[in-house]
Structure formats: C-alpha cells, structure tokens
Design a protein around this ligand. Structure first.
Ligand SMILES: Cc1cc2nc3c(=O)[nH]c(=O)nc-3n(C[C@H](O)[C@H](O)[C@H](O)COP(=O)(O)O)c2cc1C
Length: 314
C-alpha cells in the first residue's frame, strides 16, 4: 500500500506535515549543509520586521527542566535583506518557505506582507502576533480578539499568499482567538508560541534573563499545547499547525490526532539537528503499521472515551 504524507494548508501543499518552527531554524539556509530543506514539509523562518533588529542583550536563553526559556527579542535581518539574501537560496534549495512576520503597527504587518508578496518563493505568511518577549511586536494584537481580527483582516487585503496567524497560549480561551482568525480570513492558525515565564538566580537574586521575563518552550509545554490544539479543533474548520515540545514521532502524532494538520518542531532541533528524517520516516512507519493510507486520515482522529468516563467540568 502506498502511503501519502502530504497535507494542505490553504492553497499550499506540504509534502509532509513536519515544519521547522520559527526562531529555532534560523533562515533555513544555515542548516542546508546538514538537512535537505526540500525533504521537510516546510521551513518557518525567524520572525521578520520591516527593518533589522538587534534583539535583547544577553543572557537571552536559560535551560529549565524539560525545556528552555528565551527572550531573544526578535533579533532579525528585516524583510528587505531577507528577500535579497536568503529567499533566492531557499528557492534554489527547494524549501517550502513560511515567512514569520512581526509588526509594531498594523501598517508594518501589511508592508512586510506586501514586500513578501512581490517576491517568488514565499509559500505562506505566518503572522507572529504572539511573541511574549517584546512589548510592541505583536502580542498586543494577539492577546486581544479585536487586535487579532484587525491584523488578519488588514493583511488579507494586501496579499494572496496563505496567511497563518500564530496564536499565543497566554490567554484563557485560545479557541476564541482561532475563531476570530477564521472570521477575519485566515487560511490556517498555528499554535502555540511560548508561555510567558521567569527564572531567578537565587544567589544574586537577579532574573536569569536580561529581559526579566521570557518564553517557555520544549517538552514541558507539550501537554498544554496538545490540549489547546484539541480545543481549537472543536472551534474552527481551518487547518491547525500544532507545536510545543515535539521531540519524537509520537509527540507529533499526538498533535495530529488531537486535530493538527501539520506540526512544527522548535526547541528539539537545538539538541538534535538530525531529528527531521527520524520524524518523517517515523510518521511513514506509523501509517504502515496501522494500515492507514494517508496522514490526513489521522487528523483529529482521537477516539474519545464514552461520556460517563470523560472528564467534565464540575
Ligand atoms: C529561541 C527561540 C526563538 C523563537 N523565535 C520565534 C520567532 O521569531 N517567531 C515566532 O513566531 N516564534 C518564535 N519562537 C517560538 C517557536 O517557534 C515555537 O512556537 C515554540 O518554541 C514552541 O515550540 P517548541 O517547544 O517545539 O520549541 C521561538 C522559540 C525559541 C525557543
């Protein structure tokens, strides 16, 4: 039986559901010597503003049990340098490129989207409205339903590319944000960005990060992220791209069975840059072992317990 790992995100077809997560895979091209970029479902590049940014001063990363805290502060080369220096190479390497974009204002999001739309080789735009590490880089939009609506709605007017707002987990009801994104014209949603968090050096009594607060990622957040994907699956028809702590093929399958069409892998790439083939081959082996023809047959295929055994709110 031939098996099909391909999935669709709006008009974009991915050859498999495994995507490198933004901020954890540079601009993709840095990994080209070690990873065949064309073999991945997609590469989500580091978040881009209109102009270059330095980010926060060090320390910007702290290890935590089963995860890491970061407060990079969206360091980046800006969209103009990206399209001139990185995009042609990504095209040449056959990568399916998802460009993660940021903005301090609605106009900035629209301008970055416009620049990207004028260049060949961009597969989709991921709207970063969820970075917890800077005050004016999107999270002010991503934590408000009207802000989320406005960013998606305005960017929708300036581009034909698929748009994927990336949702923050730092809200009470993430499904309502997915619904709002759908109403505003998004092609998919991705979730989750990092969880706002903090670590303190008790000897110096100082925060371990220069920014004081940072974003938690890695296996520590996975069960919460899976729950959020599951909740969003009930709320919207849009494809969902799930992420948060994926390090093994079973982790990726959990998100897909909870309702994700594709998944992104971030922090795990820092400890195992060769994770990609293992995940893609592992999905294929799972399909073979369970006699499933298409990965899409598994999306949201969770078998729920009967009502009397299910957890219910009291
Ligand atoms: C060092 C670092 C930088 C990140 N930069 C971005 C970014 O530029 N844009 C974005 O949307 N998410 C960014 N993220 C969030 C990741 O893309 C991902 O949503 C999060 O880390 C959860 O996935 P993981 O547990 O697999 O890392 C960053 C995460 C880390 C650890």
């Amino acid at each position: 039986m031939s098996r099909d790992l391909s999935v669709r995100i709006g008009a974009l077809t991915l050859k498999n559901p495994i995507i490198a997560a933004s901020g954890c895979f540079g601009y993709g091209v840095e990994y080209a010597g070690a990873v065949d970029l064309a073999s991945l479902g997609g590469v989500a590049v580091k978040g881009l503003f209109l102009s270059e940014r330095e980010g926060h001063p060090p320390p910007r990363i702290v290890e935590t049990p089963a995860g890491m805290l970061n407060a990079i502060g969206l360091q980046g080369i800006g969209v103009h340098r990206f399209v001139a220096e990185k995009l042609p190479e990504l095209r040449r390497l056959g990568a399916t490129t998802i460009v993660n974009i940021c903005g301090s204002t609605l106009d900035e999001y629209c301008e970055v989207a416009r620049v990207l739309s004028d260049h060949e080789g961009v597969g989709a735009i991921e709207l970063n409205i969820s970075c917890p590490n800077i005050k004016e880089g999107g999270i002010q939009f991503g934590c408000s339903l009207t802000g989320t609506y406005d960013v998606v709605n305005e960017v929708r007017k300036v581009t034909q590319l698929p748009i994927i707002p990336k949702l923050t987990p730092n809200v009470t009801d993430v499904a309502s944000f997915a619904r709002t994104a759908e109403e505003a014209g998004a092609d998919a949603v991705s979730l989750v960005n990092t969880f706002l968090a903090m670590a303190i050096d008790v000897e110096t009594r100082r925060p371990k990060l220069s920014n004081v607060l940072g974003g938690l990622s890695g296996p520590a957040i996975r069960p919460i992220a899976v729950r959020m994907v599951y909740e969003c699956r009930q709320a919207v028809k849009l494809p969902i791209i799930g992420m948060g702590g994926i390090a093994t093929v079973d982790d990726a399958l959990e998100f897909i069975i909870a309702g994700a069409t594709a998944v992104q892998v971030g922090t795990a790439n820092f400890t195992d840059p060769f994770i990609w083939t293992r995940l893609i081959d592992g999905l294929d082996a799972y399909l073979a072992r369970h006699r499933v023809a298409r990965i899409t047959d598994l999306i949201g295929a969770i078998e729920l317990p009967s009502r009397e055994h299910a957890w219910t709110e009291s």
